[in-house]
Design a binder for this molecule. Structure first.
Ligand SMILES: NC(=O)c1ccc[n+]([C@@H]2O[C@H](COP(=O)([O-])OP(=O)(O)OC[C@H]3O[C@@H](n4cnc5c(N)ncnc54)[C@H](OP(=O)(O)O)[C@@H]3O)[C@@H](O)[C@H]2O)c1
Length: 313
């Protein structure tokens, strides 16, 4: 089988498609024939060595976290799936390896793929969909009537966060670049702000929740836009960042929360139910495996808005 691997940290040139034997599964595992895997900023942060503390420096490493495909084999103690079932799921964020013709998983990290969505769409959902779900329902506990600002709303997490915040009854202001104005409006944003034309400090209203998906909005700036009791969510869970967020929130009504994605089968089932009920999953660009370097080059340079996937079969 073919798999994307790398032997050192670096830019996308370190990524190589290699031929390997098809993996052998243990009794609790399933072998999945991957049809599509998605591209996430976490992938390039890891292969560039920006998250060494968490990923470690043991090679070879695989690229790609989330995937969709069909069950090829089940181990003797697997009860919930049979060969041929269509599933979607994720691998360990820091070990990766979803960009492969086959992956090995346990039942804890997959869920049945809804028939109403394609394999490409299902592969685009796990990391960004679950990140959005955890932010909206757990970190920010968004509810009816809340004012929510999403900075970087036209990216993978943002497109889902807009829809989920609207589903929970919030009023959503989406901050996007020029190409994001139409998608953000189509997905339900009540107001859109082009960050190339207007600085956030010029906004007149105050927010119950600010979600920064651009990694460029410091809490010190965001807090001026927050109501006295409000939540700021950011996405970079470095050890120092987590400690800082904890102390900043200790004696203040303005809380700073940082997402640490918790991949679970229950979360995937929630996403599947949302997809069946109309959650839109816009896949912006589809690449083949031979174009994987180009795929990461273009997505990491911001040339693809929303989700990109790599098809494998
Ligand atoms: N902590 C965790 O567990 C976890 C889990 C999932 C994701 N993440 C992280 O969450 C972040 C968002 O993920 P994603 O998949 O949504 O990434 P993405 O698709 O790259 O989206 C990022 C968005 O930020 C926008 N942006 C760039 N500069 C901006 C600025 N100055 N002001 C406002 N917006 C700006 C981009 O818009 P333009 O392209 O129009 O500039 C883009 O739409 C990434 O850093 C990812 O690694 C963390």
């Amino acid at each position: 089988m073919r798999k994307v691997l790398y032997d050192r940290f670096g830019d996308e040139q370190v990524l190589a498609v290699r031929e390997l034997p098809t993996p052998i599964i243990a009794p609790t595992q399933l072998l999945i024939q991957v049809k599509a895997a998605s591209i996430n900023p976490l992938d390039w942060k890891i292969y560039r060595g920006e998250m060494k503390l968490m990923s470690g420096s043991k090679f070879p490493k695989g690229a790609g976290i989330d995937f969709a495909g069909t069950v090829a084999q089940v181990g003797a103690s697997v009860t919930g799936y049979q060969p041929g079932d269509a599933v979607f799921g994720f691998l360990d964020v820091f070990t990766g390896g979803a960009l492969a013709e086959y992956v090995v998983v346990t039942e804890a990290f997959i869920a049945p793929k809804p028939a109403s969505i394609s394999f490409d769409q299902a592969a685009a959902l796990p990391v960004t969909g679950l990140a959005a779900l955890q932010i909206i329902d757990q970190l920010a506990a968004v509810g009816p009537g809340q004012e929510v600002l999403i900075n970087g709303a036209s990216g993978g997490v943002g497109l889902f966060a807009i829809q989920l915040a609207k589903l929970r009854g919030a009023r959503v202001t989406a901050v996007v670049g020029p190409a994001g104005l139409t998608p953000a409006t189509q997905l339900g944003a009540d107001a859109v702000v082009d960050y190339t034309k207007q600085h956030l400090s010029q906004l007149p209203q105050r927010f119950d929740t600010i979600i920064d998906l651009s990694d460029k909005l410091p809490f010190t700036v965001a807090r001026r836009l927050l109501k006295p009791r409000a939540t700021f969510v950011s996405m970079l869970p470095s050890p120092l960042g987590l400690i800082g967020a904890f102390f900043r929130s200790l004696f203040s009504g303005q809380k700073h929360r940082i997402l640490i994605l918790k991949p679970t089968a229950a979360g995937l089932r929630d996403l599947a139910a949302l997809a069946q009920n109309g959650l839109q999953i816009p896949v912006e660009k589809v690449y083949d495996l031979a174009s994987v370097r180009q795929a990461y080059q273009e997505t990491s340079q911001g040339k693809v808005k929303g989700k990109a996937v790599v098809v494998l079969g």
